[in-house]
Ligand binder design. Structure first.
Ligand code: PLP
Length: 400
């Protein structure tokens, strides 16, 4: 009898975590590495949020809490959905977990049975297919190439739906492409979903606040209120409030799924960290004006990186609507050989050679289900980004 679970064979370790780890190890060994792999803002958590956490510690808010969140945080989340998305929820329709990742994990563990399919547009956030497999479901990957702006078309969605489809997993603005769906684009998708009453919508709105130019964020239950009763809207404080380490994510939706998620959570992590929950109350209820300032900084960096990459031979980089990622194509580099002698047969070879020869860590596109591309997280300083673009340019110029 094997010692390890058969479930383990269905999942891979996160490639983005692996790239960041490798970059850290090379840097620790004295190499000059620019790490553009990690998906987290370089900004610090705002002072008022830190103070709220410290106050919570002093006030003794250091004990177990209700499994899926303290009432104060659930209310703050209801207020946020009303204020920012025009969505009306009661606290009984809200679940708080240890990061957005655990929210998704709970939702899928609580709802999937063998044979259930989850539609995932590719490129996708690396964890989606693996969490679906952990839950015993089957990911149904739908390619969304650069030519369609990395966006799912209504026809492709229609074609992917079967009687076994349980969820449509939607993410806008997207990790890894930064693509954001306009109201009309999303409405075209929700029109398809209206025709298939057995399909639920799992929308991951983690990058809501990172929206650029004239792109306006919108979410499925807002665009099509008739989907409210079968939509779970996921969000969190990790990216917008620079709180990745605090581990607070949340969702709102029908009580049937919220109650099931509570049951899973009560038998796994019990509750999200009490101190982080109080910090999240302040994040959601406190001043929001810094979000726009930070967004401006990300916009400047986006423009810097898009221009820098489009100046590299063999690379084409579209301009994303949001998040803090770009997802350039390296189609023009495939088949060439690097100065260090590596044949670039795919995007993983490209990323490996770039790291080894120029010290720039990026994540290869195959990890996100669409090649030949790579992802850059530009949530780092302008200086590091400028230097990284120079190194990528020199790497590409050396390809023969
Ligand atoms: C699209 C998307 N969803 C969810 C998450 C998970 O967020 P958290 O750190 O709150 O678990 C991430 C983090 O990278 C993400 O990019």
């Amino acid at each position: 009898m094997p010692f390890l679970s058969e479930t383990l064979a269905r999942v891979k370790p996160s490639p983005t975590v692996a790239v960041s780890q490798l970059a850290r190890e090379l840097a620790d060994a004295g190499k000059d590495i620019i790490s553009l792999g990690a998906g987290e803002p370089d900004f610090d958590t705002p002072e008022n949020i830190k103070k709220a956490a410290i106050a919570a510690i002093h006030a003794g808010k250091t004990k177990y809490t209700a499994p899926d969140g303290i009432p104060e945080l659930k209310q703050a989340i209801c207020d946020k959905f009303q204020r920012e998305n025009g969505l009306s929820y009661q606290p009984s329709q809200v679940s708080v977990s240890t990061g957005g990742k655990q929210v998704l994990y709970n939702a899928l563990m609580a709802s999937l049975n063998p044979g259930d399919e989850v539609i995932i547009p590719a490129p996708y956030w690396v964890s989606y297919p693996d969490i679906v497999r952990l839950g015993g479901g089957t990911p149904v990957i739908v390619d969304c190439p650069m030519g369609t702006g990395f966006k799912l078309t209504p026809d492709a969605l229609e074609a992917a739906i079967t009687p076994n489809t349980k969820w449509f997993l939607f993410n806008s603005p997207s990790n890894p492409t930064g693509a954001g769906y306009s109201w009309d684009e999303l409405k075209a998708l929700t029109d398809v979903l209206l025709r298939h009453e057995h399909v639920w919508v799992l929308t991951d709105d983690m990058y809501e606040h990172l929206a650029f130019d004239d792109f306006k964020f919108c979410t499925p239950a807002q665009v099509e209120p008739k989907l409210y009763d079968r939509t779970l809207t996921v969000n969190g404080v990790s990216k917008a409030y620079a709180m990745t380490g605090w581990r607070i994510g949340y969702a709102a939706g029908p009580e049937v799924i919220i109650n099931a998620m509570r049951k899973i959570q009560s038998q796994s992590t019990t509750n999200p960290c009490s101190i982080s929950q109080w910090a999240a109350v302040e994040a959601l209820n406190g001043p929001q004006d810094f979000l726009a300032t930070r967004c401006d900084a990300f916009l400047r960096r986006r423009d810097l990186v898009v221009a820098g990459l489009n100046d590299c031979a063999g690379i084409t980089c579209p301009t994303p609507e949001g998040a803090f990622y770009v997802y350039p194509s390296v189609a023009g580099c495939i088949g060439k050989t690097s100065e260090g002698g590596r044949k670039i047969e795919n995007d993983e070879d490209f990323a490996t050679a770039l790291l080894e020869e120029k010290g720039v860590a990026v994540v290869f596109g195959a990890a996100f289900g669409l090649s030949p591309h790579f992802r850059i997280s530009y949530a780092t300083s302008d200086e590091a980004l400028t230097e990284a673009c120079d190194r990528i340019k020199s790497f590409c110029a050396g390809l023969t």
